[in-house]
Design a protein around this ligand. Structure first.
Ligand SMILES: Cc1cc2nc3c(=O)[nH]c(=O)nc-3n(C[C@H](O)[C@H](O)[C@H](O)COP(=O)(O)OP(=O)(O)OC[C@H]3O[C@@H](n4cnc5c(N)ncnc54)[C@H](O)[C@@H]3O)c2cc1C
Length: 422
């Protein structure tokens, strides 16, 4: 079996080798980080006629945006009523209402800019892994329906029909949602942003950032940007020399088969939905356009639990779909999620006219794209209420290393035990 890494790199569209920043540039707005957030900000800011330059340390989509599952979900992972409890009624409903538009915003951008990214909008299925999970879904359904969301509870039999697996106690179908090839979407955003006039450089890590004489100076290995405003959009991937975002780094891995033979594939997810489950050590599964099964879960394939994660994945595949028992999964990769203490995204004040946007807590395709879009109002109208959260002073994550270890150890033990169960 020939092993490879991140499947999304092998099937990505809209590839373009971008230059490295090798000179001094003056602009209105500088952005660090080429993921959904930074690129959506660059696109919308450039469309508003503002001179914007974005630098990426590696290549477009190097961070979470090029590693994720590709589930374009509405809202956040945290249910709407909990969002209200944390943010208060007014701001909470604003967040819920805005993020309910996440999939519509993403699929509209895909359509408008002709981004080829395996986009399907046939919904996602949140699958109940046990009776407690089913009660959780009923609660989420009640909260979503109260907000007029087009969500439907599916019985165990209906879930079996939709997923092709008898593993679940039921599922919650959200028809607004869908799936994408996330790296293709990210590269497509970069192409659209460049077409709108944004300047984008790869292999141009910001080494230091300082505010001097009324403007921001960002130093890369062989270049420099001077800008009036500055947006850090590095989520869980910031390198040294930048503001340190306050989050717990949680790893999530994925393994993918090669395209499945037609006869085995037909009963699996015939409607093309992307799925994830209600387990605390969450897992996800979906097909790509070519019929590869992609299975993911919390855990780090580069860490101490790698063996138990891989063994768990083989068992999980066989439990979900007995016809796939023993199938090779030659593609494997891991990404880092920026989990905040309250599971909500943050916009943090990091200096005069400078913000850091981060903390999507595993739900960044819609929210990152929307927060990037909100940045236009912050830039043009100097509007501090541009985002559906207040811009707050920077804080430090408490005990984040210990908490990250807790997630990884929890996932390793769970996967070890599950992979040994008959
Ligand atoms: C494995 C995994 C699965 C996920 N699944 C889903 C999902 O199915 N649905 C969903 O909605 N969300 C999902 N997420 C979350 C989502 O991917 C992230 O929230 C989102 O990608 C964050 O986008 P971003 O643009 O804010 O940051 P990123 O995409 O992480 O981009 C940050 C960029 O900043 C760059 N950078 C860092 N330091 C510097 C520097 N000094 N100079 C220049 N550039 C720098 C990095 O190289 C990186 O490219 C998942 C995340 C992971 C990791």
């Amino acid at each position: 079996m020939a092993l490879s890494g991140n499947l999304w790199h092998e099937t990505a569209q809209h590839g373009a080798d971008l230059q490295r920043l090798e000179r001094s540039v003056n602009c209105d707005v500088a952005i660090i980080g080429a993921g959904f957030t930074g690129l959506s900000a660059a696109l919308h800011i450039a469309q508003a006629g503002v001179d914007v330059t974005l630098i990426e340390a590696e290549t477009i989509g190097h961070g979470g945006s090029g590693r994720n599952v590709g589930l374009v979900n509405a809202g956040l992972w945290k249910p709407p009523e909990q969002v209200l409890e944390t943010l208060g009624q007014a701001m909470g409903e604003r967040m819920n209402t805005m993020l309910a538009q996440g999939p519509a915003t993403v699929f509209e951008l895909i359509e408008r800019h002709q981004i080829t990214c395996e986009a399907t909008q046939s919904g996602t299925l949140h699958c109940a892994h046990n009776a407690r999970g089913w009660r959780d879904l009923q609660n989420r359904h009640r909260q979503q329906v109260a907000r007029d969301a087009p969500v439907t509870l599916l019985s165990a039999a209906q879930a079996a029909q939709r997923t092709g697996s008898t593993s679940f106690h039921g599922a919650l179908w959200d028809e607004r949602a869908g799936t994408i090839q996330p790296l293709s979407f990210t590269k497509g955003l970069a192409k659209a942003a460049r077409a709108a006039g944004a300047k984008i450089y790869e292999h141009s890590a910001a080494k230091s950032v300082r505010f001097h004489d009324g403007s921001w100076q960002i130093q890369t290995p062989v270049g420099q940007i001077t800008a009036r405003r500055f947006i850090q959009a590095t989520n869980a991937y910031a390198t040294k020399g930048l503001a340190q975002n306050a989050y717990i780094p949680v790893h999530y891995f994925q393994l993918a088969t090669d395209p499945l033979p037609e006869d085995l594939r037909t009963p699996i997810l015939p409607g093309g939905e992307g799925c994830w489950d209600t387990a605390q050590i969450m897992s996800s599964f979906r097909l790509d356009k070519f019929g590869r099964m992609i299975l993911g879960a919390i855990g780090n394939l580069d860490g101490f639990g790698a063996n138990s994660h891989r063994q768990w994945a083989r068992r999980k595949l066989a439990r979900l779909y007995p016809q796939l028992a023993g199938f090779d999964m030659p593609h494997s990769w891991t990404g880092r999620i920026a989990m905040t203490e309250d599971y909500l995204p943050k916009v943090v004040d990091i200096g005069p006219n400078a913000i850091s946007i981060y903390g999507f807590s595993g739900r960044g395709i819609g929210p990152g794209t929307l927060f990037g879009k909100c940045a236009v109002d912050w830039v043009i109208n100097d509007d501090d209420s541009a985002f559906p959260v207040a811009i707050t002073p920077a804080t430090h994550a408490r005990f984040h290393t210990a908490k990250a270890l807790y997630f990884e150890a929890g996932a390793s033990v769970t996967h070890l035990l599950n992979s040994r169960m008959p």
